[in-house]
Ligand binder design. Structure first.
Ligand code: GLV
Ligand code: MN
Ligand code: MN
Length: 414
């Protein structure tokens, strides 16, 4: 633990910025829709960058649109202490998933500025591009390229369901930057996030110290049958691709219960061609999201999932194409940074507990190239990826206070 106490952060100022940000893409149900590289994503980036510049940060954008906002250190060449998250959301997402992590970083910089505290190492806030992965092929795109886990060209050439190319959208919204992706050292990376589960709320704790995250495998499944007239083709002569996909979704759900503890398996996105009331569906494309804390179980689940889909396709005379769109290894965070979070929580008298993340985060990618840890705060009823997602200003402030302390400890006050 360092000798220097971080300044008290301004929870009210952080909340005001949060509510300002939540207006961009606000949905009637109280949530947010800021799909990656949409107009709303651009407006939220512009707003955040204007705040960061006002706080004295130097801004760089890399070739996949990750935005780095640096508060210079006393020694210019030292690696930064970095924090951040994402501003893109689910189609019916909440106000806090992602936005909290970048706004917490901004509040740390603002509080250090107010207190006239300088650090040896630079501090850097980062907005990662396309964490959510619900528009283009997969998730944590920007951080995966930064960490060298996914080729840049792969991401730029990805298309959304309307065939719009990621790289073209990046240019359109003005965030195709000149900087190469990654390739510079980071002293420490921290990410604040709402828990997205019920543990902290149930235990009445303001802070979770995150030890790591479960692994994930995602797939795109294409089922091809044959279109036909809904009124004329007898039931026994049909090759209904949607019916096949529906049977697969049910069988995939059952796979989860073959393992202990249960993996989570979700079919969340479905496209039916031609999607007409009176045409038998000729093709159906759907996604599978599967997760488990143990890598071997996750591999076994993959094999079982493919086998059940193949069985159903064969029985129904349908063609099947399986594409693995994402693999995220089980993440383990840095023991020293994790300990620094526990110590900061004790110093600020904030009760906390160790925990694992069920959700994926940019931190899981950055953990592959830099010492990384995460700080969780409670969210109401443990829900996320819904307009109902909620968190209190006090809990958000508590997590940011810890972030201020661990960033200052790592960056060394001068
Ligand atoms: C991100 O939100 C994820 O866990 O899929
Ligand atoms: Mn998130
Ligand atoms: Mn999310």
């Amino acid at each position: 633990m360092s000798d220097v106490q971080a300044p008290r952060i301004d929870g009210e100022r952080q909340w005001q910025s949060h509510m300002e940000m939540a207006k961009i893409g606000a949905t009637p149900g109280g949530g947010v829709c800021r799909l990656s590289l949409s107009d709303e994503d651009k407006i939220s980036r512009d707003l955040f960058v204007s705040w960061a510049k006002k706080a004295g940060c130097h801004v760089r954008v890399d070739r996949v649109g990750n935005i780095f906002m640096r508060r210079l250190g006393a020694e210019l060449d030292l690696p930064p202490v970095m924090t951040g998250s994402h501003l893109d959301t689910q189609p019916l997402g909440g106000r806090f998933d992602g936005a909290y992590g970048v706004l917490a970083g901004l509040e740390v910089v603002r509080a250090l500025n107010d207190a006239h505290i300088r650090t040896r190492h630079p501090l850097e806030i980062v907005i990662w591009t396309d964490e959510e992965g619900c528009r283009f092929t997969t998730k944590t795109m920007g951080s995966a390229v930064f960490a060298g886990l996914r080729p840049e060209a792969d991401v730029l050439d990805g298309v959304d369901p309307d065939g719009i190319r990621f790289g073209d959208e990046l240019v359109r919204i003005g965030y195709a930057g000149p900087e190469p992706c990654g390739g510079f050292p980071i002293k420490a990376y921290f990410e604040n996030h709402i828990e997205q589960g019920p543990i902290l709320e149930n235990e009445g704790l303001p802070v979770g110290v995150v030890l790591g995250a479960q692994g994930q495998r995602a797939f795109q499944i294409t089922v091809t049958g044959e279109e036909g007239h809904a009124g004329t083709l007898p039931m026994n002569l049909r090759k209904d691709a949607f019916l096949g996909a529906a049977r697969m979704a049910d069988a995939l759900n059952a796979v989860a219960f073959n393992h202990e503890p249960w993996p989570v398996i979700t079919v969340g996105h479905v496209r039916v061609r031609p999607n007409s009331r009176n045409t038998i569906p000729g093709q159906t494309v759907f996604t599978i999201d599967s997760r488990h804390p143990d890598a071997d179980t996750l591999a076994a689940v993959k094999a079982e999932m493919i086998a059940v889909c193949e069985g159903i396709a064969a029985n129904m005379g349908l063609e099947l194409d399986v594409l693995e769109t994402n693999y995220s290894a089980v993440a383990t965070f840095d023991a020293e940074l994790v300990q620094s979070i526990r110590e900061a929580a004790a110093r600020w008298d904030l009760p906390c507990r160790d925990m694992f993340s069920g959700a994926g985060h940019d931190a899981c990618k950055i953990a592959e190239v830099a010492p990384t840890a995460m700080i969780f705060v409670p969210c109401k009823d443990g829900v996320s990826h819904t307009e109902r997602e909620d968190a209190t200003p006090e809990d958000l402030a508590a997590g940011t206070q810890i972030l201020a302390q661990v960033m200052l400890d790592a960056a060394e006050a001068v």
